[in-house]
Design a protein around this ligand. Structure first.
Ligand SMILES: N[C@@H](CCC(=O)N[C@@H](CS)C(=O)NCC(=O)O)C(=O)O
Length: 208
């Protein structure tokens, strides 16, 4: 059976959510964070970088949430929750599937790091990054107007990748969502999904 190595309050909740959406069985191993918030050393014995998510599927050990999502969707679900290449939504689907980590999370992480450096508070770099975050959120909000889901009318694996920056990431980075009504409505749609609710009960953010 496929094992998900989940780091608490982290992106690896995506994989638990995906498995619940697909109705697939899995084993869940949860790793608490160190007091520094870093992943604990035992995760490194599973994958060299020691970051989450990681899965084990027989001989296969795979990290990187986007790769894991594609692996599960094609290896275990016959392409369910993916969009096939001949579908008009295919390009859109691919775009958001990769945008989540490639553009959005990378920018949000820069903002997160800067928010933790007191000396950076008044830096023009922080202001520039803040403006880029707002620009990106405004773009995503506008695009969601074509929704209700990122690839269009159907919920897909792109949503599994895209929701995290607007849900659990809120516990790390304080982003005011009020100016982005489509995003706010999107997060509500995600939260109403039974599979998401179950995944969050099992592997959702822990706030102490
Ligand atoms: N792009 C990677 C990012 C992996 C990553 O940075 N995971 C975080 C959890 S959200 C982590 O393990 N952080 C703990 C650490 O770096 O020590 C992915 O999508 O899987």
């Amino acid at each position: 059976m496929l094992t998900i190595y989940h780091l608490e309050t982290s992106r690896s909740e995506r994989i638990v959510w995906l498995m619940e959406e697909l109705g697939l069985e899995y084993k869940l191993e949860i790793f608490p964070r160190e007091t520094s918030a870093a992943a604990p050393a035992p995760l490194k014995s599973i994958h060299g970088l020691g970051k989450a998510p990681v899965i084990r599927d027989g001989e296969v050990v795979l990290a990187e949430s986007g790769a894991i999502v594609e692996y599960i969707v094609y290896r275990h679900a016959g392409g369910r929750l993916a969009v096939p290449p001949d579908d008009p939504s295919y390009a859109r689907y691919l775009y958001w599937l990769h945008f989540a980590e490639g553009s959005l999370m990378s920018l949000m992480l820069i903002a997160l790091v800067l928010s933790r450096v007191p000396e950076a508070r008044t830096s023009p770099v922080t202001a520039r990054i803040g403006a880029r975050v707002q620009q990106m959120l405004a773009f995503v909000d506008t695009e969601l107007g074509n929704g209700p889901w990122f690839a269009g009318t159907a919920f897909t694996a792109a949503d599994v990748m895209m929701a995290f920056p607007f849900t659990t990431m809120r516990h790390f980075l304080d982003v005011d969502m009020a100016p982005y009504p489509n995003l706010v409505a999107y997060v509500e749609r995600v939260a109403a999904r039974p599979a998401y609710q179950k995944a969050m009960r099992l592997a959702g953010p822990i706030t102490r």
